[in-house]
Design a protein around this ligand. Structure first.
Ligand code: PHE
Ligand code: NA
Length: 459
């Protein structure tokens, strides 16, 4: 059966630790690394923000990833039912499966706008392939981007294409073919990022970019920035929404949860930092604005491809690989809802994929319009926290900075305070010192840190 196709009757196991790492990395590495990380880093002042983000990955992200994978492996079902299984085994409150339901909702909301950005990548394949980037200056490149986001029809077309790609794979059950493809295309994306970093080194502003990314200036850090860094740690590692739980349910018993979680997190982090090193030298060399927002990579990378030798080729390849990275993440975003509809509502896979996918696609239209015709509509603008936010901004903020950390907080409390310690020790199978480090982190550090960041931002 498909590795991610979660039937409860006939559950396979990952063929190996490597297969799990591939699938989990496929989910983790995506637009979050290459599109979102650079632009939020630019908006939040650089180094200090990056440092907080790295601390969040290490101190909060990795322990929660371990917890999610462990819940999945112990429950051996789809997330909601894994939580049911564990609460029954351990005699806990029947309310816990709600954690899984919050995750399913968050995944649905994220996919609606993720697909719109995935569509931007689809659009740039054509732009690069037809040589439209070659030799253009930064203004001309900027005009191509404004032309795209200002045109709802084109955005809708590419959003539809991206969502269709995701639905086709989910409807058929994820195949071993895709898993193989990931094992070739992800390293290829990595190599191409290195090519762009190589080009960026010749821009004469590489050291400015390194300083921007790695020399913390704490005067530029706001409490909102801390919340965004925390939220992004969840977003980029695909945490707080039961995705890693779903994948963990296929992990064979003997495999080290700690080692695999750390491996996935390191790969994800390296890709994000490489994206930063590729983009910021180009930003500084061309007098662009680091805080340009969601369009940042679409205004810098195309410029680089327009300048470098064989740029149309590299650019085309890059955007194809970016689509692939976004595609594997998109699949993992749609999968939880489809599984839930199958299990809870007894729908078959095709019907549930169509239902979930079309609903998500329709919601995506609101994000598309908020980039142009509705750009002045700020639905929750009366609250200071949401001032100036469009529908697209709101969906992003609500999911990454509220729902995902909330889901993560609940996972931490559930594993740290409610699951039996014996079960945790058995699943993690770590030396005493390692176990205690994780256990204390998930019991105290993680919940307290998430709660403080939340409360600070709410009041
Ligand atoms: N982790 C993905 C990325 O960085 C996005 C994602 C979030 C995927 C949550 C699945 C679940 O692009
Ligand atoms: Na990521």
């Amino acid at each position: 059966e498909g590795v991610m196709g979660a039937s409860t009757k006939n559950r396979g196991h990952w063929s190996s630790r490597l297969a799990f790492i591939l699938a989990a990395t496929g989910s983790a590495v995506g637009l979050g690394n290459i599109w979102k990380f650079p632009y939020i880093t630019g908006e939040n002042g650089g180094g200090a923000f990056v440092l907080v983000y790295l601390v969040c990955i290490a101190a909060i992200g990795i322990p929660i990833m371990m917890a999610e994978v462990m819940i999945g492996r112990r429950g051996e079902h789809s997330p909601v039912n894994s939580l049911r299984q564990i609460t029954r085994l351990d005699g806990l409150s029947r309310a816990w499966p709600i954690v899984g339901a919050v995750g399913v909702l968050a995944a649905f909301l994220i996919l609606s706008f993720y697909s719109v950005i995935g569509g931007w990548a689809v659009s740039y394949v054509g732009t690069a392939a037809t040589g439209q980037l070659a030799g253009k200056d930064a203004d001309a490149i900027g005009a191509i981007f404004s032309g795209l986001v200002g045109d709802p029809g084109t955005l809708l077309l590419w959003h539809t294409v991206f969502m269709a790609l995701v639905m086709v794979v989910v409807a058929r059950g994820v195949s071993a073919g895709l898993e193989k493809a990931v094992s070739i295309l992800m390293p290829a994306l990595f190599v191409l990022l290195l090519v762009v970093v190589g080009y960026a080194m010749t821009s004469g502003h590489f050291s400015d970019a390194v300083a921007f990314l790695f020399e913390p200036d704490f005067s530029k850090l706001t409490t909102k920035g801390v919340l965004i860094a925390l939220g992004h740690a969840f977003f980029t590692l695909s945490l707080g929404m039961a995705v890693m739980m779903a994948y963990g349910s296929y992990l064979p018993k003997g495999v080290s949860i700690a080692r695999t979680s750390i491996t996935v997190s390191i790969i994800d982090t390296v890709v994000a930092l490489l994206a930063g090193l590729a983009i910021f030298p180009i930003v500084f060399a061309n007098g662009l604005e680091p805080g340009a927002g969601p369009g940042l990579i679409f205004q810098t990378l195309p410029f680089a491809f327009g300048q470098m030798p064989m740029g149309s080729f590299f650019g085309t390849l890059f955007f194809i690989l970016l689509i692939f990275a976004a595609w594997t993440s998109g699949i993992s975003l749609l999968e939880p809802l489809v599984e839930w509809l199958e299990e809870q509502k007894g729908m078959n896979r095709i019907v549930s994929t169509l239902g979930a996918g079309i609903a998500c696609w329709a919601l995506g239209i609101a994000s598309i319009l908020s980039l142009n015709l509705w750009s002045d509509i700020h639905p929750l603008g009366m609250f200071a926290m949401f001032e100036g936010k469009t529908i697209f901004d709101l969906l992003d903020f609500l999911t990454a900075n509220i729902l995902l950390p909330l889901g993560g907080l609940l996972v931490a409390v559930f594993t740290g305070w409610f699951m039996s310690r014996q079960a945790l020790e058995n699943e993690l199978n770590l030396p005493a010192a390692g176990f205690n480090l994780w256990y204390n982190t998930i019991r105290f550090l993680t919940p307290v840190a998430v709660a403080i960041v939340f409360i600070y931002n709410l009041v």
